[in-house]
Ligand binder design. Structure first.
Ligand code: TXA
Ligand code: MG
Length: 350
């Protein structure tokens, strides 16, 4: 299959381009498109056949449910068995935006879209191209991140092209995304709201709006796999670069010294080493490739650059990667959740 890559200006969306993409969705085909978090791989969410194509293109396990993207709040009412009162509050505060809500589904949503579950994940993305695509297609759009299963989520159209070229008919290139890590997922299907995946919208922000306690799925905090995460996708090894990745945590000077010591050790074995540093520490490492993820104080930049850096190391042919850790105040939990998964929970604490 020939994949058409279309540049689309978010501030001035070309009517013919968006129509062509929307017609593909309406015809049950796949289109990759930008959102504010990461690029999504979209298809008609209410068509079992269209959903199946997503799993095939990504090589995704069929028990891993998809997020349904909507453009109006009423669309949630169309697919939920009932809309919990918390959903309305959260939508008022955070939609369109990087928050996915899990609610009980009704019969309109096929099990192909929910990976066999009786609940459905729903999000209204905050990106003009995504919203226009949903509206013009007349569909609700099921969309996982547009990467091959197991790879870091795409934050640029070129990442999508690398993974999906020849597998899907169209990619809409709206430039680099703004946030860079996937949406926060909150489960509203039970009495106490529970975060299944941390993201840009934090527990504190959710609690402020809801005026009640929000818990965090214990399955995503445990480094051992004693407790299964409730979001099926969180159990898979994910975001993984090809090289072995180890996180080094602690006070900066000691982290730099330890990473340099480990680097020298690997290099003596004839291995090539990469380091994920910050603007402040970039010049202090003696590895084969050193990349800055951003300034340590700028957690938005760290989130935005994380997946791109993991992908770049794949092209650099390093055997081992050491990374500083980034438990920053607000979205640090989301950043560390992704990094820990990429590292398969290999952490050195000093
Ligand atoms: O920011 C995002 O959420 C991006 C953009 C494209 O919107 N999408 C995204 O989708 O990250 P995906 O498929 O890569 O991740 C969806 C996660 C998976 O971990 C999946 O298991 C979980 O959501 N999920 C979906 N439906 C669920 C449900 N009904 N119950 C529990 N977890 C669910
Ligand atoms: Mg994904």
């Amino acid at each position: 299959m020939q994949t058409k890559l279309i540049q689309i200006d978010s501030a001035n969306i070309d009517r013919n381009d968006i129509k062509e993409a929307a017609d593909l969705i309406a015809a049950g085909e796949l289109v990759a498109f930008p959102t504010e978090t990461v690029y999504g791989l979209g298809a008609d969410a209410l068509s079992p056949e269209a959903s199946k194509k997503i799993y095939a293109a990504k090589g995704r396990p069929s028990d891993n449910p998809l997020i349904v993207h909507i453009a109006r709040f009423e669309d949630l009412e169309r697919i939920a068995r009932e809309v919990p009162p918390q959903a309305r509050k959260l939508a008022d505060a955070f939609w369109p935006g990087p928050l996915t809500m899990i609610v009980w589904k009704n019969d309109k949503v096929p099990y192909e879209t929910t990976g066999g579950m009786d609940t459905v994940a729903v999000r209204m993305p905050n990106h003009p191209v995504a919203l226009r695509l949903i509206e013009e297609s007349g569909c609700l759009i099921a969309a996982p991140s547009a990467n091959t299963s197991g790879k870091p989520s795409p934050t640029e159209a070129s990442h999508v092209a690398l993974d999906m070229d020849g597998r899907i008919p169209m990619i809409l290139d709206g430039g680099a995304v703004g946030i860079g890590i996937e949406s926060t997922i909150i489960d509203l299907s039970e009495k106490t709201p529970m975060i299944l995946r941390p993201g840009y919208i934090t527990k504190e922000m959710l609690e402020d709006v809801l005026g009640e306690e929000v818990c965090i799925d214990p399955g995503i905090i445990a480094s051992d796999s004693m407790k299964k995460p409730k979001a099926p996708g969180m159990k898979y090894k994910h975001y993984a670069p090809k090289a072995d990745l180890v996180l080094v945590c602690g006070e900066t000077d000691r982290v730099v010294a330890e990473i340099n010591r480990l680097t020298a050790q690997k290099q003596r074995e004839g291995l090539r080493v990469g380091v994920i540093a910050t603007d402040e520490t970039l010049g202090r490492y003696r590895a084969d490739s050193v990349m800055s993820i951003g300034a340590r104080e700028d957690e938005d930049a760290i989130a935005r650059h994380l997946y791109k850096i993991l992908r770049e190391f794949d092209d650099l042919n390093v055997d081992a990667i050491y990374s500083e850790s980034f438990a920053t105040p607000r979205i640090g939990q989301a950043i560390m959740n992704r990094l820990l998964k990429a590292a398969g929970h290999q952490v050195i604490q000093i």
